[in-house]
Write a protein that binds this ligand. Structure first.
Ligand SMILES: NC(=O)c1ccc[n+]([C@@H]2O[C@H](COP(=O)([O-])OP(=O)(O)OC[C@H]3O[C@@H](n4cnc5c(N)ncnc54)[C@H](OP(=O)(O)O)[C@@H]3O)[C@@H](O)[C@H]2O)c1
Length: 334
């Protein structure tokens, strides 16, 4: 029987592999209008941690239920079909769950994928998937970078952060990335291409580090972390700054830290705006084509950390949440 990963216990505080359970599940029958996919790649996304807590659920997604497969974005291949738009062999991007096979009806961010033969399939779950699309939309639709801008990115060594840094640099900006460890900071400047990297390990006083790295202030803050990091960045803005609220990972597993510097937005005539990538579905093909051509001409690189087999998914997710992975965290199912 195929395997799935269930949410076994609601996490409170940092999530561990014990919050999940790998189980066998029967292969579902396929009703008229539905199709079955064999999943090839799981995209592990920090945002989903938000909906794993007990009582979670909001205007965007419902909270996850115990003893049900964990929600996820996946890339799969149609293996059985009773849906005219999804013949057998079609590659599909969908929001479904950590399971080896999924039954779908074509709704919920589901779309057929045209994957180029000369690019790795898993890129369609990272740079060419929701992660890359999020980075591009947040930067160019909300952040509006101009050449010469100082762009600061939090969680810069993660999936979204590695792409935002490269795109901002290619747009002529000076890029500063915030990460946890000195080793990750070194990798960020040496390989990902950030101009400057600030690590919590080597420079625990973020205010001082930002004052040093961006003495004239921040033009664009791309925030994946929220809480204290956002609050500190608010004190270092240049006039006309843009703050892109992409995520708030510091809040997903611990107490929310207060924002006390909103007055800075007034005097700096700054704009702070949140967004969800899924509001821009109509733009996905164009954004994907732009990212695909940047991958081909070498101005953009994919950084990913791959795990193999569904059994690795709980550990992979915890590694991603707690900074043990670099770039996009993926599980390949073969
Ligand atoms: N708005 C949207 O449509 C959208 C779509 C996708 C993702 N997102 C958001 O984008 C953010 C990044 O998601 P991702 O999937 O790309 O994850 P990711 O950046 O690959 O992984 C999360 C990283 O966050 C850092 N981190 C964890 N706890 C932290 C803390 N308390 N303070 C500072 N850094 C912390 C860790 O790196 P370090 O080693 O540096 O600590 C970790 O590796 C998340 O907030 C997510 O919710 C938003």
């Amino acid at each position: 029987m195929p395997l799935a990963v269930n949410l076994a216990k609601y996490p409170s505080g940092p999530i561990t592999p014990e919050n999940f359970e790998v189980v066998e599940v029967p292969t579902p029958a396929v009703p008229e209008g539905w199709f079955l996919i064999r999943n090839r790649v799981f995209s592990l996304d920090a945002g989903f941690r938000q909906w794993m807590s007990e009582g979670a659920g909001d205007n965007y997604l419902s909270g996850m239920a115990l003893n049900e497969p964990v929600q996820s974005i996946v890339l799969g291949e149609v293996v059985e079909t009773r849906h005219p738009d999804y013949p057998v062999g079609t590659l599909v991007n969908a929001r479904t769950a950590w399971e080896e096979v999924s039954l779908l009806d074509g709704s919920d961010l589901c779309a057929p994928l045209q994957c180029a033969d000369d690019l790795p399939l898993q890129d369609y779950m990272s740079t060419l998937g929701p992660t890359g699309i999020t980075a591009w939309l947040g930067l160019f639709r909300i952040g509006l970078p101009k050449a010469g801008d100082v762009v600061v990115v939090s969680a810069a060594g993660g999936a979204v952060g590695t792409i935002v840094g490269q795109l901002a640099k290619a747009a002529g900006c000076r890029t500063i990335g915030l990460v946890s460890s000195s080793a990750k900071a070194q990798w960020l400047t040496d390989e990902v291409g950030y101009d400057v990297a600030i690590s919590r390990e080597a420079q625990p006083d973020l205010a001082a580090a930002l004052a040093d790295a961006a003495p004239t202030g921040i033009d664009l803050f791309f925030d994946n972390v929220g809480g204290g990091v956002l609050n500190t960045a608010m004190q270092h803005l240049r006039e006309g700054a843009r703050l892109v609220l992409c995520g708030a990972i510091s809040q997903y597993e611990s107490e929310v830290q207060p924002i006390t510097h909103s007055w800075e937005l007034v005097t700096k005539r700054a704009r702070m705006e949140g967004f969800m990538f899924s509001d821009y579905v109509d733009e996905f093909p164009e954004v994907m084509a732009t990212l695909e051509s940047a991958l081909r001409d070498g101005t953009l690189k994919t950084f990913d950390q791959q795990y193999n087999g569904i059994e690795q998914t709980p550990q992979a997710f915890c590694d991603m949440m707690h900074g043990a992975s670099r770039g996009k965290c993926l599980v390949l199912l073969g």
